[in-house]
Write a new protein. Structure first.
Length: 96
């Protein structure tokens, strides 16, 4: 199996500090923390994408897409994009 050379992303110092703080914060959504971990790992030259994918339980394609989103959008890439449609309303009775 031919291993694709890693495409390292260039994290600025402020971006790296913010991503590290998000990973340490226990109150952040886990999908956001997972994306932050991926970006931090992809900034390291020793990262093997297949091993990272197994570790964070996503596909290699998802990792490459996140890296491309980061290059296009910056830190907005770790947060969910706005969705169309009416937001869910929660009531005490549990009806959505």
């Amino acid at each position: 199996m031919r291993r694709r050379p890693p495409h390292l992303i260039d994290l600025s110092e402020p971006d790296q500090r913010l991503l590290e703080s998000l990973v340490r914060d226990g109150r952040i959504e886990q999908r956001v923390a997972r994306r932050a971990r991926i970006l931090l790992a992809m900034a390291e030259p020793a990262t093997v994408v297949e091993q990272l994918a197994d570790k964070v339980e996503v596909t290699r394609v998802a990792i490459w897409k996140l890296c491309r989103r980061y290059e296009d959008l910056g830190l907005e890439a770790i947060f969910d994009a706005p969705r169309s449609g009416r937001p869910w309303e929660f009531s005490p009775l549990g009806a959505g």
